[in-house]
Design a binder for this molecule. Structure first.
Ligand code: ADP
Ligand code: MG
Length: 676
């Protein structure tokens, strides 16, 4: 396929430019064609000068009323001024140091100007506009660029690539009836018009076709992952061992935890493998549910794997599992920071079935990890992992059960589409005795009082956190970095207390040592960045101070705050911020008003907008190029049912190799997602 040839086959693209393209991830002609514009400049519908909105870039068509006059303002600075009229009003145009452009402008020429109009008492003006002849009245693409690569180069190269595409032809990849019924334009037209639209309508049509194609491919991929529901379970459970598990626990399960475990066990007794999402707010006790289910699976002679997004979390899980499950269960911890020798030994033990419960980070996905008999796969904090990673782990067993745990609520309509394969149990009850975390916001001037309050808690034998946004001091932003704060606190307000420091740039082993010391109560106050955000559980920690609270998103603040209030003591969270911005005040207000993760997620969506929420890799789905999951929802639903119909006919896409390739391509980028 000539379109998969290197872009160096294009005229004007040599080694140097190819290297620049490589930076944008563009290697082939096809990659280039899929490098869609990030926006457009509309030169196709020029406005009257009087209709131009101040401050908004636009295009104006007019005639040169007076040729440019040159003004030498000072050494090295020459202005060119001329006047343009559209028959109704006129506009003064100023160019800086641009004799070349000025020389091309003659009286009575018809020209197009693209720029921003400003108006004051003396009249209307446009400074340094782009200038073109009226023959160029079209919609121009604006590309994502990299240094050394200009928009003009992109335009020229894309144009040549489109010529190649037109010559070799682009076979239709969507089912033909679907193209007809959805009224989609063909692929070549779509590509031509996404790059060089003839008009607005053509652009919209091109987008609709490409969005549909992208959503269709996404749905094919998701449905193929879901296909497992129809398979035969590899670990049908006959004996429910929940009562045995419960008897050994140091606490009584909540009703919600009981129900969730029962849901899972019932699933696992069926013919198809379980696929269940356990959704529960921070602190609702998801781990105890996971271990309960695992207990029954291990009792049936199967292995369990649990994947966590960070080493700290994996380590913590390994410890708490051992406590909850008792000594009879053999727990192994597999992370990237094990020495090669230890890793190898553990992998051998896993393959030999000498480990019952393997906890780890994404290191679990490695090809080298093989299980003797994997019966259950658990992923914690599901949104941190891609759907494909989850599937890769599951593929290490013969249709094992699947359980995903998440504290991130996503809107229901979307959840149905994205996680339609998963049954859901909700933990809507917190363990008894939990009081909501009291939350205050204070200005920087109250920091000393906040510290005094922290000391009081430490003196009573409790522990606390001080959270800072960044690791290293940054000059531009006056943020209190963890390292700096740590030094100051240790020598100042918290002299005589034991402090620990935790940040993302530390070696994994050091992080673990600090976390272990904190969990053991040897560290009283932990100064940290957001590495503690996910899942860390130390019930004796009752106070948290968050510096520069305006720097954190709502969902993140909620996750952070969830690190306290996990035991029987009343807990407090103090948000320090001097930012009086409206958005910030509203966000901090929400934090003060509620501890309910679902409400907070709702507010977060409202404040940040769906684009940001979903653009932020919160969902573990492949990055989409043109589609927007929320606004394109109706299209998404139609694409889903069409994709399902196609898979019924051709489950392995053998007769649709192009689509198969597209699915592979879209999902292969997911692999490196979710690793922070
Ligand atoms: P999350 O849902 O945020 O992952 P965890 O599983 O970490 O929550 O549990 C939070 C804390 O609550 C842990 O210290 C855990 O031991 C404790 N816990 C869980 N279930 C109960 C319960 N039923 N009663 C008392 N404490 C519980
Ligand atoms: Mg957890």
């Amino acid at each position: 396929m000539p379109l998969f040839a290197s872009i160096r086959t294009l005229k004007g693209v040599g080694e140097k430019r190819a290297a620049l393209y490589e930076k944008l991830g563009i290697r082939t002609l096809w990659d280039l064609l899929c490098h869609y514009p990030r926006g457009y400049e509309d030169w196709s519908a020029p406005r009257l000068i009087s209709d131009a909105e101040a401050g908004v870039p636009c295009c104006i068509r007019g005639w040169v009323a007076k040729a440019p006059t040159e003004y030498r303002v000072r050494k090295g600075m020459t202005l060119y001024r001329f006047r343009v009229t559209d028959g109704y009003s006129s506009l003064q145009v100023t160019l800086f140091n641009n004799p070349y452009a000025a020389a091309k402008i003659h009286r009575d020429d018809e020209i197009l100007l693209y720029g921003t109009v400003t108006s004051d008492g003396r009249g209307t003006e446009m400074t340094s506009p782009q200038i073109a002849t009226s023959a160029e009245a079209k919609i121009r693409p604006l590309y994502p660029l990299t240094e050394g690569l200009t928009n003009k180069m992109l335009e020229t190269n894309v144009d040549s690539a489109l010529e190649v595409a037109a010559r070799v032809g682009l076979p239709e990849c969507l089912p033909t009836d679907c193209v007809a019924q959805e009224g989609l334009c063909d692929r070549l037209t779509a590509l031509k018009n996404i790059h060089f639209p003839t008009d607005r309508r053509a652009l919209e049509e091109a987008k609709r076709r490409l969005v549909y194609e992208e959503l269709f491919v996404l749905q094919l991929g998701l449905l193929r992952l879901k296909g497992r529901n129809r398979r035969q379970s590899g670990a049908v459970i006959t004996t429910d061992r929940t009562e045995e598990y419960v008897a050994g626990l140091p606490f009584t399960l909540t009703g919600a935890q009981r129900r969730a475990i029962a849901d899972c066990v019932a699933d696992m007794q069926g013919d198809a493998p379980m696929s269940r999402l356990i959704q529960g707010d921070v602190g609702s006790g998801k781990t105890a549910v996971a271990t309960g289910v695992a207990y029954t699976v291990i009792g049936a002679g199967k292995q369990v794997a649990m994947m966590a997004p960070t080493e700290i979390l994996a380590e913590q899980h390994a410890n708490s599992l051992q406590t909850l499950l008792g000594d009879t269960v053999r727990v192994g911890l597999l992370t990237g920071s094990l020495t090669p020798a230890k890793k190898k030994r553990l992998q051998e033990a896993i393959a030999a079935g000498e480990v019952d419960f393997v906890v780890g980070t994404h290191a679990l996905i490695s090809d080298k990890v093989q299980f003797a008999d994997l019966g259950l796969v658990i992923t914690d904090e599901q949104h941190r992992f891609g759907v494909a990673q989850r599937a890769t782990l599951a593929a290490k067993g013969r249709n094992p059960h699947l359980m995903v745990m998440s504290a991130t609520p996503i809107p229901r309509t979307l959840a149905l589409i994205l996680y339609g394969d998963l049954d859901v149990s909700v933990l809507d009850e917190l363990p008894p005795g939990r009081q909501p975390v009291e939350t205050y916001t204070v200005g920087e001037d109250k920091r000393d009082r906040a510290y005094g309050y922290v000391r009081k808690h430490l003196d009573e034998g409790r522990q606390g956190f001080i959270v800072c946004p960044l690791v290293e001091e940054s000059e531009e932003m006056d943020l209190r970095s963890a390292t700096e704060v740590f030094q100051q606190l240790r020598q100042g307000p918290f002299r005589g207390y034991t402090l620990g420091l935790l940040h993302g740039k530390m070696k994994a082993a050091d992080k673990e040592a600090v976390m272990a010391a904190f969990a053991a109560g040897e560290i009283q106050l932990l100064v940290s960045t957001t590495v503690i955000e996910v899942g860390v559980d130390v019930p004796n920690a009752v106070i948290m101070v968050i510096e520069n609270a305006e720097r954190f998103g709502l969902a993140q603040l909620h996750q952070l705050r969830g690190r306290v209030g996990r035991g029987k003591h009343q807990s407090t969270c103090i948000l320090i911020s001097d930012n009086r911005g409206e958005d910030n005040l509203r966000r901090l207000g929400v934090m003060r008003a509620t501890n309910d993760g679902f409400k907070i997620a709702d507010e977060d969506l409202k404040l940040r907008g769906p684009g940001d929420f979903f653009g932020n890799r919160q969902h573990g789905l492949p990055q989409l190029k043109v589609a927007d999951l929320l606004s394109d929802m109706p299209l998404l639903q139609r694409a889903q049912s069409r994709a399902a119909a196609l898979l019924d006919e051709d489950p392995n896409l053998i007769r649709h190799p192009q689509l198969w390739q597209a699915v592979e391509h879209l999902f292969e980028q997911v692999g490196d997602q979710g690793l922070n």
